[in-house]
Design a protein around this ligand. Structure first.
Ligand SMILES: [Mn+2]
Length: 454
């Protein structure tokens, strides 16, 4: 951890070196360069200066070489404008993609500090700063995609709003540039996303010939299912994604885990490509951001996502229409099953345990299948005052699949008592016996864990 003093010197050097490069160094070999950070050693004798450079590999190389040549004159110019006991030796290093996430975090927290101190820079400038960090990558991708080379977009299996919205938005943007680009996906478009424009471009057929593959919203290659190897056949593979766990490894990686949705990474790309955000493109991008943030309720619902969404509404997206269309819809059997489960709901331990069950009879009367219980336990979680939720689902007359949820007790440990497992807050097990007896055993175990909590 750098000391406060180091941080102060880092900031000072970053500011001064940026100024010196702008006004005092006139080497034509130095291209469009941004000083994104400085790290000074504890003894303040050496400083690493991180530079992000726009342009292709040659331009980057040329600029870095020129910065290296200019380091002595920059250092002496520094001596004229700052008072430090030692003037550190400067080493210039390229701020490459791998450093972006870290740098952006540092930039944002720097901004946050400044916001606390003063009225500070706007959100806009945070976005601009972040965009500048990915600027080179975005420009490179835009350049590649506007060359008219045959291209295919790949999105992950079981496509969600972000995968489809991102894929279709990019395809529509490329259409403006007279390119017809399919959105390749192993699975069909779910009915609740059929309202999106141009869904006829979604296909599970890999085009005969394509040179560029753009992979969108897939956290790893296996997410493309059986089409993963097809995507790799392209001459150039571009990977655009926001999953925390994405390891990258394509020819061009554009990965930003701080983005709430992949669609947000496409915004600057579409602009740089010179395409316009039409109402259709806005609809695709808004759907992507809205669904990936749970309609702005998940933890990733940051100001940036909301600001981008507001802009997309200005561009023609209809929030009410999209929310209505993309809302989950259920078959009659599923809703009837939900009715049965709510009827069976009981509470124990002064309302702290909520327990419900679905017997073989409930499934038969509702006309429902075991997979129709998905999400039912979420209903139990909405009961005021309940701290543990228990749902027993009949597999047969004497076999019960048990789902357990709790923000209070470790339900994984609870499930383990009955040969099951899971996570601390969500777990499950299978129990054998008649319902009253199984329920009694289970509730006794839950109650004793709750007692320990008190
Ligand atoms: Mn996503």
């Amino acid at each position: 951890m750098p000391t406060q003093r180091q941080l102060r010197v880092n900031n000072l050097l970053q500011e001064e070196i940026s100024g010196i490069l702008r006004t005092e160094i006139h080497d034509p070999d130095i291209g469009f360069v941004t000083i994104t950070g400085v790290e000074v050693t504890a003894d303040l004798r050496e400083a690493r200066v991180y530079a992000s450079v726009l342009g292709d590999e040659d331009e980057v190389h040329q600029t870095m070489a020129a910065l290296h040549r200019a380091r002595t004159s920059i250092r002496s110019a520094l001596g004229d404008c700052i008072q430090l006991k030692y003037l550190p030796e400067l080493t210039f290093e390229l701020d490459d993609t791998a450093r972006h996430a870290q740098r952006i975090e540092a930039l944002i927290s720097k901004f946050e500090r400044e916001v606390e101190q003063t009225a500070g820079p706007s959100l806009q400038s945070i976005a601009e700063e972040a965009e500048r960090n990915f600027g080179a990558t975005v420009r490179q991708i835009a350049q590649l995609l506007t060359q008219g080379r045959p291209t295919a977009i790949f999105i992950h299996r079981d496509p969600d709003g972000d995968a489809l919205g991102s894929g279709l938005a990019l395809s529509l943007a490329l259409q403006q540039l007279a390119q017809s680009v399919p959105v390749v996906c192993p699975d069909p478009v779910p009915s609740r996303y059929q309202f999106l424009p141009a869904t006829d471009r979604v296909t599970n057929e890999v085009p005969q010939r394509f040179e560029v593959a753009v992979i969108l919203d897939a956290g790893d290659r296996s997410q493309l299912g059986e089409l993963a190897s097809a995507a790799e056949q392209a001459e150039v593979v571009v990977w655009i994604d926001h999953h925390q766990t994405n390891q990258g490894g394509a020819d061009i990686d554009y990965l930003d885990p701080t983005a709430a949705a992949t669609a947000l990474l496409l915004r600057p790309l579409i602009d740089t490509m010179g395409a316009t955000v039409t109402p259709d493109i806005a609809t695709c991008l808004y759907t992507a951001v809205a669904t990936d943030t749970g309609f702005f309720t998940f933890e990733n619902s940051c100001a940036g996502a909301l600001a981008a969404a507001a802009e997309l509404v200005q561009n023609g997206a209809d929030p009410h229409g999209i929310a209505t269309a993309a809302r989950k819809q259920y078959r009659m059997a599923v809703l009837r099953l939900r009715g049965r489960v709510l009827t069976s709901l009981s509470t124990y331990e002064a309302g702290r345990i909520a327990c419900a069950e679905l017997t073989p009879g409930d499934f038969a009367i509702a006309g429902a299948e075991p997979e129709d219980t998905e999400g039912i336990i979420e209903l139990l979680k909405t009961l005021t005052g309940s701290q543990v939720q228990v749902l027993l689902k009949a597999v047969s007359h004497d076999r019960w699949r048990v789902s357990l949820r709790s923000p209070v007790i470790d339900v994984a440990a609870l499930a383990a008592q009955f040969g099951g497992g899971g996570h601390r807050a969500a777990a499950g097990c299978t129990m054998i016996g008649a319902l009253p007896e199984v329920r009694a055993r289970l509730l006794k175990a839950v109650a004793s864990m709750l007692l320990e909590e008190r």
